[in-house]
Design a binder for this molecule. Structure first.
Ligand SMILES: *Cc1c(COP(=O)(O)O)cnc(C)c1O
Length: 359
């Protein structure tokens, strides 16, 4: 539809480049520019452009403010040692954006045009891509329902935008493994619901539980399935992997309520080439805890774009803490982290065609 369209660019007049490319606390510093376009039921998408980052004017009755019709994505631009900037599997984020859109009764965005918009925004704000090891420019595409109407129905107007934020390495060598609380009563998402979609409500629904966990000294919450309260789904806003006997990575099979992570998929594709076995299956929490206690499970880690992998040191369920690998990051966790970041930062070849170079 709006494929191969050229995107008008209105540059910022702010030439104070001193603050560029410096990462603050996650998501608190923003690139100079943003992309946006608007959708109207009659005309489709229009007004695509890149312009200085600014506020969005909304009618107070805009549907997103009342009924939460919203989706988002998260991906990163990486600066390589040779100075080139690239994206990792960005087309997959554009595809998932459309799957989330379909679930939330929102219009799709041509995936190639979406990728073009990401690349042009990053090209314009290239100075914002930091160069410290492990740092990156986080990219946040989102779509919100803007029709000014209180009646409950899918909006006919939408805004799609992309903003950026320089972020530091999330998982340094000194990073201590996560202490995780297994949520016994609250659920993140239910099969048939919207857990598969990256939509704001899922995250709003998790905050009370994660804030309470944090007050009790936990870093993250592990979510169980909502029907039986028995099977492991995700940890925080990450997928989760268990390493058996130092050689097999087991991750919960997609259940309809698990977000299909691109990092998760990358691990499933890479691991067999690293001499590791993989398995997607239903994992009961009680069996997993037994396998941690017996030492059959040698490592546990969360995976997602923000940290790539994040080792889990303890899982606490019904008041009892179970310690993994003496609360140390393990070999497989570090191997996966290194392999994926080496591809992202261009340290090794890209045999899977996962890299898009930003011109
Ligand atoms: C985004 C997200 C993930 C990780 O997805 P990636 O594509 O690997 O970043 C996992 N779980 C939830 C709930 C998420 O929102």
């Amino acid at each position: 539809m709006n494929q191969a369209q050229s995107i008008p660019i209105h540059r910022s007049n702010d030439n104070s480049i001193g603050h560029r490319g410096k990462a603050g606390a996650f998501g608190t510093t923003f690139g100079d520019h943003m992309f946006s376009q608007d959708f109207d039921g009659d005309q489709g998408w229009s007004e695509a452009g890149i312009h200085p980052l600014n506020g969005i004017r909304l009618h107070p009755a805009a549907s997103v403010l009342h009924y939460g019709q919203e989706i988002f994505e998260g991906l990163k631009a990486y600066r390589r040692a040779d100075g080139e900037v690239c994206l990792f599997r960005a087309i997959e984020n554009c595809r998932r954006f459309n799957r989330s859109a379909a679930r939330m009764a929102m219009p799709e965005v041509d995936e190639n045009f979406h990728l073009q918009a990401l690349c042009e925004l990053v090209a314009l704000d290239k100075d914002w891509v930091p160069s410290e090891p492990g740092s990156s420019l986080y990219l946040r595409p989102a779509m919100i329902a803007t029709s000014p109407r209180l009646g409950l129905a899918a909006s006919t107007q939408y805004k799609h935008f992309i903003i950026s934020s320089p972020v530091a390495a999330y998982f340094g060598d000194g990073h201590s493994p996560l202490s995780v609380l297994v949520s016994d009563h609250h659920r993140r998402a239910v099969k048939g619901g919207v857990g598969e979609a990256k939509t704001g409500g899922n995250y709003a629904a998790s905050l009370q539980v994660s804030e309470a966990a944090s007050r009790n000294g936990f870093d993250q919450v592990l979510w169980l399935d909502a029907i039986e309260g028995k099977y492991i789904e995700e940890v925080g806003a990450m997928n989760i992997c268990f390493v058996y006997d130092n050689e097999k990575i087991v991750t919960p099979a997609l259940s309809g309520s698990i977000l299909e992570g691109i990092t998760r998929d990358s691990i499933l594709k890479l691991a067999p080439h690293l001499g590791l076995y993989i398995e997607e299956s239903r994992l009961a929490i009680t069996e997993v805890l037994d396998d941690i206690d017996s030492g059959r499970i040698t490592e546990v880690f969360g995976c997602g774009t923000a940290a790539v992998v994040s080792p889990v040191g303890t899982l606490t369920y019904k008041g009892e803490a179970h310690t993994v690998n003496n609360n140390m990051p393990g070999r497989v966790t570090r191997l996966i982290h290194r392999e994926i970041t080496n591809i992202q930062y261009g340290e090794v070849d890209d045999p899977y065609g996962w890299i898009t170079l930003v011109k």
